[in-house]
Design a binder for this molecule. Structure first.
Ligand code: PLP
Length: 474
């Protein structure tokens, strides 16, 4: 019989009810057409191995409600007229122009779409700002996941009461940020989130009301600007100078201030100690909470590593945000917040309400990845690799463009910024198959015409040399 039905023999609904429902919904959805012949009760019963009485009960109900009609002597058919107007097949309704859906102010203020720009095949891609995924020890990661799949009982995969993250992972994160970034905290101050982007979203939910002002870096990370605006906050630009974001001359007193002091996004500059102290003094004086996004701090190639600003903050409240996207892989979707003690409860409640908690299996594997020293080893190894790539990129750009290029932000991180004078590489990039990323979208005000972000971590040295050669017309 050419009419597929799925009957659940162990479910709570009796079979005649299931047969009735599937015919009814199929007719309403246009799956069965008016006047279509319906299999006989005997044929249906044989095809689905159910009793004829069961099928007859369903058919009688369908006839009584006007979905089927029986023609004496020639069989049963789907009714040519549907029972009433409200039961028109959705297919027919779909032909009418749809009513506009109402969306919230939050949704109306969202003016960004997921920015996924896959590498175009045949192009040399210098626009990717993330890590080299080919070098991540996925075999080891698989072993850790498998270990915990075996170890964890089924009960661990039910809802459990740790929206802020497993104790094992929070302990490991507290130890990691203390040794790697000099962050002061206890495991109780750590809240595990699904990437630092979720951490930023929780900050907006917990700390801001519509109309509140937030200072953001100019140029700066678009992901925070869009988020704050969608939540109804007003973003106020804070200029980024060669030694980091500066609050000098800012007359408005915001509720929060967002900074990326280790490796400013997108310029890549590191905030000097003097600027950090200036900013902390200002925040202390005006009672402004600091959001420190330390997204790209682990790789530093020259000079002494600068500790996180949180470590200098003393009595100034700082929400510190970190992520494993760059030191591991973005698809992991695990980041963390280190919170002032009085904010732990509201953030944990907001995390529970918005998505319960971050996946348990990955948290368990990650706690071991940190605890067994794999992360520290991986970072040490990648730092050597990325440093070579950075050096190759810097010298290739300098050779190709000479005085026409100024490179900033190359002391740390996975990308640097290059400003070009005179000729722009954009047109040549297009012609020569090189994918570049302009910094224009990171500016609130008029962006400089000739500024590009160069990601070097995910690209091999040969590719970097070849891409820069193609960009240069020398
Ligand atoms: C400055 C900055 N902060 C935060 C994020 C969010 O990263 P994730 O959610 O992957 O941790 C990004 C990544 O795009 C970023 O560039």
């Amino acid at each position: 019989m050419a009419v597929p039905f799925i009957l659940d023999r162990s479910g709570p609904d009796p079979l005649h009810r299931q047969i009735y429902e599937q015919w009814r919904l199929g007719i309403l959805a246009g799956r069965f057409q008016p006047r279509q012949r319906v299999p006989s009760t005997r044929g249906f019963a044989t095809a689905y191995n159910v009793s004829r009485t069961t099928v007859s009960a369903a058919y009688e109900q369908l006839i009584a409600e006007g979905y089927f009609e029986a023609a004496t002597g020639s069989g049963t058919f789907v009714c040519s007229e549907l029972p009433d107007r409200t039961m028109r097949p959705p297919a027919a309704l779909r032909r009418m122009p749809p009513q506009a859906s109402r969306i919230s102010g939050f949704a109306r203020r969202l003016d960004t779409d997921p920015r996924v720009s896959p590498t175009v095949s045949g192009r040399l891609d210098l626009s990717r700002l993330g890590p080299d995924l080919e070098r991540f020890p996925f075999a080891l990661w698989r072993r850790l996941l498998t270990r915990h799949l075996r170890r964890l009982s089924p009960a661990h995969f039910d809802h459990f009461a740790a929206p802020g993250g497993t104790e094992a992972l929070r302990r490991q994160i507290a130890a990691y940020v203390a040794r790697a970034r000099a962050v002061h905290c206890t495991p109780e101050q750590v809240v595990v989130v699904s990437g630092s982007q979720q951490g930023l979203d929780l900050c907006a939910r917990v700390l801001l009301d519509p109309g509140d002002e937030a200072l953001v870096e100019e140029p700066g990370y678009a992901g925070i600007r869009y988020l704050l605006s969608a939540h109804g906050a007003v973003t106020v630009p804070m200029p980024v100078l060669p030694d980091g974001a500066s609050v000098r001359g800012i007359s408005r007193i915001p509720r929060v201030l967002y900074v990326t002091p280790s490796h400013q996004f997108p310029t890549g500059v590191s905030m000097s100690l003097a600027r950090r102290l200036e900013l902390l003094d200002w925040a202390r004086h005006h009672r402004v909470l600091i959001l420190e996004d330390d997204y790209d701090s682990e790789y530093r190639y020259s000079g002494a590593p600068l500790p996180a600003m949180q470590s200098l903050a003393g009595d100034v409240p700082v929400v510190y945000l970190g992520t494993f996207s760059n030191v591991m892989f973005p698809g992991l979707r695990i980041g963390y917040l280190v919170l002032p003690e009085d904010l732990v409860a509201p953030f944990t409640r907001a995390k529970w309400l918005t998505d319960r908690y971050t996946p348990v299996l990955e948290q368990a594997a990650l706690a071991d990845f940190l605890g067994e020293g794999h992360l520290d080893r991986h970072i040490r190894r990648m730092r050597r690799i990325y440093k070579v790539r950075r050096d190759v990129l810097v010298s290739a750009l300098a050779r190709a463009f000479g005085d026409d290029v100024t490179i900033v932000g190359d002391a740390a991180g996975m990308h640097l910024t290059a400003r070009f004078r005179g000729r722009t590489p954009a047109a040549r990039a297009e012609r020569q198959g090189v994918q570049l990323r302009s910094t224009a979208s990171y500016y609130l005000a008029q962006p400089p015409a000739n500024e590009f972000l160069f990601g070097f971590a995910a690209v091999g040295e040969r590719t970097i040399r070849e891409a820069v050669r193609r960009l240069s017309d020398r």
